[in-house]
Design a protein around this ligand. Structure first.
Ligand code: ZN
Length: 289
């Protein structure tokens, strides 16, 4: 094939890839006709955080929380609702008043935080045909699949801390992730939801979690005893204190996780991650992008 034909073919592959990306579900990555626009922040969470007056930051824009929408297929939306949002809509209010949680509830927190991080990552990266959430799992498989957490469960630490009250004069409580989007790391995630600051970290970096957080290292296997393992404490006077401490702590934690993820990917070892296709697609070079 001549170079010219080759270039045309590559350009057409790229167009097809970008076009299909528009119609892929962000969670299962399937091109699915039964695709809906779904709320990134679930409605129950917006209500719980009373986040209706102030905009949230999304892909560089300030939007009402209700307006942040993503393409999800109906099946993923239903599965996330059943497996994550339903249980979390009962758990988060309990945590926010200082109730303790069990080991399986900590796993739920991990999966729930990973869902937000993963959806945001995919939303940012889907237009890059070489970008993949993970070489092992789709986002859906990772956050609600039974097998995806095996092997690393016992290396995960969940951290939580509570704020006493909202800042004077503010209507909305907190709603947002603080961990940012990395290139290699898909473990660390953090955010503040209403008055609850929470993080999931790799255990090796738990020493970097701000000391006012209560922490729990998950057991290697899911503990079904119902024992309470982590009690969140009211340590921040105001929600803005929780946001500032969580955001500052998250910067250093994310950097360390990124370094670690990069090393792991280079060595092909187990942990996360999201090794991506590193060789640029020839069409990308042809298109000069
Ligand atoms: Zn889907």
């Amino acid at each position: 094939m001549s170079n010219r034909l080759e270039r045309r073919k590559n350009a057409s592959i790229l167009r097809a890839g970008l076009n299909s990306a528009k119609y892929r579900c962000l969670a299962c990555e399937k091109a699915n006709l039964n695709r809906n626009k779904e709320h990134f922040w679930p409605r129950w969470l917006i209500r719980f955080a009373e986040a209706t007056k102030e905009p949230v930051s999304w892909l560089g824009k300030d939007l009402p929380a209700e307006a942040v929408q993503i393409p999800l297929c109906a099946d993923c939306n239903s599965a996330f609702g059943h497996d994550l949002e339903g249980p979390m809509s009962e758990l988060l209010p309990r945590i926010s008043v200082g109730q303790s949680v069990t080991d399986p509830e900590c796993e739920l927190l991990v999966r729930w935080l990973w869902k937000f991080e993963g959806l945001a990552w995919n939303a940012f990266n889907f237009h890059r045909s070489e970008a993949r959430y993970s070489s092992k799992f789709s986002l859906r498989e990772r956050v609600i699949g039974k097998d995806s957490i095996q092997g690393i469960r016992g290396s995960l630490v969940v951290a939580m801390a509570l704020a006493h009250r909202n800042d004077p004069g503010l209507h909305d409580w907190s709603l947002g992730m603080d961990s940012g989007l990395g290139t290699h790391d898909a473990i660390f995630a953090s955010g503040v939801f209403r008055n609850v600051a929470m993080m999931v970290s790799f255990a090796d970096f738990a020493r970097l979690i701000p000391p006012m957080f209560s922490t729990y290292q998950l057991a290697g296997e899911r503990q079904v005893s119902g024992a309470l393992v982590l009690k969140p404490e009211f340590v921040f006077p105001l929600v803005s204190d929780a946001e500032i401490v969580t955001a500052r702590g998250s910067g250093r934690l994310k950097v360390e996780h990124e370094r670690f993820g990069e090393r792991q990917n280079t060595n092909s070892a187990l942990v996360t991650n999201r090794p991506r296709l590193e060789i640029p697609h020839p069409a990308l070079r042809t298109m000069g992008s």
